[in-house]
Design a protein around this ligand. Structure first.
Ligand code: AMP
Length: 353
């Protein structure tokens, strides 16, 4: 049977209220869709531009029921929406991508096990759940990361010895952790892959990413890397989307080692910061591609329209909006957040180079 198409005029439900939801809602509006955003936050920058903003906790069964009743399809804009919430939604309406990608993306050991099983290379890693695990640790020097709730470099510590692991593990409150060996990379890249309702996949051109203090700062497209590396990164991204049997978008962040190997670091089953360049420099933006995928529309072209460099605006950097507006090569995006805390992503600029 042909997959059911949700035509323009249908309503998309978005779990999560941040900038990724906001930009998804903007792309959806452009194609004539409505969006209802569901999040617990007092201030939701996605809710600001949605048809309706449902401000409710993720375990509020009544609110979820109302939400599901008023939408045709549900997606999420961040992977830490509780699994139970996604499961509850799945009973009422299609959730794309569903609960499986969330299950793996929410826990770093599960995630790495899944990647390995799918035939996607990773750095060496081992679970650090108990003191006995520390005694057995060999992936050194390494990075100790909490298995859950870590993002933008939070809940991470570089460690060189077992004593170092112990100290970091204590600092993280003896929570479940993963020890990954430290990768001596030449650069970091990401693949963003869309998979449609009919199983068609399309990978956006690989972006080369620069991080500072664990936070993405810059993405360059084209990446300037060898064809063989690009092909490997794309193949890993597509393999991931297929292994997850996902409908929607998935991003895979990877390291490129100095000897040209590609190792997966982490996945995100949603639009990704390293794909923001697509809004200004690609035939289809990653947000539009997500809308197309989950509504059963044909996927859009991923042709690059111009070489670009995307820079995140973090904290006070967004106050320089006048400077970016005055630059004819810059395309400014501000997320409408009222407070510019240090480390907070306030917007981004894409330079068409
Ligand atoms: P993550 O939260 O896992 O995405 O890590 C944030 C950033 O820390 C990455 O983008 C890398 O720059 C760095 N990083 C994480 N894991 C490793 C690793 N195993 N080896 C080297 N650098 C890493």
């Amino acid at each position: 049977m042909a997959p059911k198409i949700l035509p323009p005029g249908s309503t998309i439900g978005i779990l999560g209220g941040g900038q990724l939801g906001r930009m998804t809602a903007l792309a959806a509006a452009r194609l004539g869709y409505q969006c209802i955003v569901y999040a617990p936050d007092d201030e939701s920058i996605a809710g600001q531009i949605a048809t309706v903003y449902v401000q409710a906790d993720y375990d509020d069964a009544l609110a979820l029921e109302w939400f599901a009743e008023h939408v045709d399809v549900i997606t999420y804009e961040f992977e830490n929406v509780p699994e139970a919430t996604v499961l509850a939604c799945e009973k009422m309406k299609p959730v794309r991508p569903g609960v499986t990608p969330i299950h793996f993306a929410q826990h770093r050991i599960r995630e790495k096990d899944f990647l390995r099983k799918a035939g996607i290379g990773t750095a060496d890693y081992q679970p650090i759940y108990t003191e006995a695990d520390i005694e057995k640790a060999t992936a050194l020097p390494g990075i100790l990361k909490t298995c859950t709730d870590g993002y933008d470099g939070k809940g991470q510590a570089k460690v060189a010895t077992r004593d170092g692991i112990k100290a970091a593990w204590e600092k993280f409150g003896r929570r479940e952790c993963i020890l990954e060996s430290l990768v001596d990379f030449q650069c970091e890249v990401s693949a963003i892959v869309a998979r449609g309702l009919d199983g068609t996949t399309r990978c956006f051109p690989i972006g080369r990413n620069e991080h500072r203090d664990g936070i993405l700062r810059t993405t360059h497209v084209p990446s300037g890397l060898d064809d063989a590396v690009i092909k490997k990164a794309e193949a890993f991204g597509i393999k991931l989307a297929e292994s997850l049997d996902l409908v929607g978008l998935v991003a895979l962040e990877m390291f490129v080692t100095r000897d040209g190997r590609v190792l997966a670091n982490e996945m995100a089953p949603r639009p990704h910061n390293s794909g923001h360049w697509t809004m200004d420099a690609c035939a289809t933006s990653q947000f539009e591609q997500l809308v197309r995928a989950i509504c059963g529309l044909p996927l859009g072209s991923v042709e690059v329209l111009a070489p670009s460099r995307m820079e995140n605006l973090i904290g006070d950097e967004a106050n320089d909006w006048m400077k970016y507006l005055a630059d004819p090569t810059a395309r400014l995006h501000l997320y409408g957040k009222s407070k510019a805390r240090p480390g907070r992503k306030m917007g981004h600029v894409t330079y068409l180079t």
